[in-house]
Design a protein around this ligand. Structure first.
Ligand code: APR
Length: 276
């Protein structure tokens, strides 16, 4: 899947007119304005978000310098095989992540997307994040592509628990005595069927895809932008730096912190709505 998507990216460059915002001044306003107009005129906009959108809430992403995978080798800590072989070890990483998640609060990028939903301009957010910050930030329609940490399951006897009924025990144990796994998608596990199907249906008919804070390196989520592009959608991308998607898929690139860019975008959208 991952290789085939790179193949597609390498052979299709529809962005002869990529609009980029890298700096300050008039160009910024112009690019934000273009993005805001695109969102306002779209009949169906979808957002795709990744770890970068929660960095300003205090949760490091995975692949940036200082990211989670610099400290925890994903092969040892994030595959389903690693969890089955040594759940206590994997819980050393999960414990650290749990502490960060417990303290994290939505930032203006989360609330900005929530506001776009409230205005009727953003149909659904597909997020790879498991932190529930979109919902806390006011979003009502969120597809959690990689699951969430609100529930945990026993891989052995299949019992399921709410995180808050486990009383903070680390590692948390099932009544059968096995160690529980949070209901997040580990490498080697399938994407939840409903999330996969709903995302596919929405993206294949969307007119705008607003991508924020993802490196676009993990399949199958990274096939969503090309799916949207093939469906004729305009791709707006927000990131602190260009990604593998920027050159080949993105139409409007807003380079900067997600909170800053989303605040500017939403404020421009609101001023367009007031004028019309
Ligand atoms: N604002 C905008 N973008 C940011 C910010 C910020 N403040 N900080 C970092 N970024 C960008 C980085 O430049 C990078 O492109 O966010 C992106 C984060 O990329 P990754 O760390 O690869 O995270 P993500 O794309 O969500 O990873 C996908 O990989 O291991 C898995 O399951 C995990 O869901 C995750 C998946």
């Amino acid at each position: 899947m991952w290789l085939s998507s790179l193949f597609w990216l390498a052979h299709c460059n529809p962005n002869s007119a990529l609009l980029q915002f890298h700096g300050l001044g008039g160009k910024v306003k112009e690019t934000i304005k273009k993005a805001a107009q695109t969102v306002c005129h779209s009949t169906k906009s979808i957002a795709l978000t990744g770890a970068g959108i929660s960095v300003e809430s205090g949760i490091p992403d995975f692949r940036s310098p200082g990211g989670l995978w610099e400290r925890f080798n994903p092969i040892e800590y994030s595959t389903i095989g690693a969890f089955q072989a040594n759940p206590e070890k994997v819980w050393r990483m999960l414990q650290e992540v749990s502490h960060l998640l417990a303290r994290a609060r939505p930032n203006p990028a989360h609330t900005g997307l929530g506001r776009l939903q409230e205005l009727g301009l953003l149909h659904t957010i597909i997020t790879q994040n498991v932190d529930s910050l979109h919902q806390e930030g006011g979003a009502t329609r969120v597809i959690e592509y990689h699951g969430n940490t609100r529930t945990l399951s026993c891989l052995w006897c299949k019992q399921r628990y709410k995180a808050d009924e486990l009383g903070g025990q680390i590692p948390p144990e099932c009544s059968c005595g096995k160690i529980l796994k949070p209901d997040v998608v580990f490498f080697g596990e399938p994407i939840p069927t409903r999330a996969l199907q709903e995302s596919y249906e929405l993206v294949s008919t969307c007119r705008v895809l607003l991508i924020a804070g993802t490196s676009g390196e993990v399949a199958p989520a990274n096939t969503i932008p090309e799916m949207a592009k093939k469906a004729g959608a305009t791709i707006i991308e927000v990131n602190v730096e260009p990604t593998v998607l920027t050159e080949y898929v993105t139409d409007i690139f807003l380079q900067g912190k997600a909170s800053e860019m989303m605040t500017k975008l939403v404020s421009e959208v609101e001023s367009i709505l007031v004028k019309n």
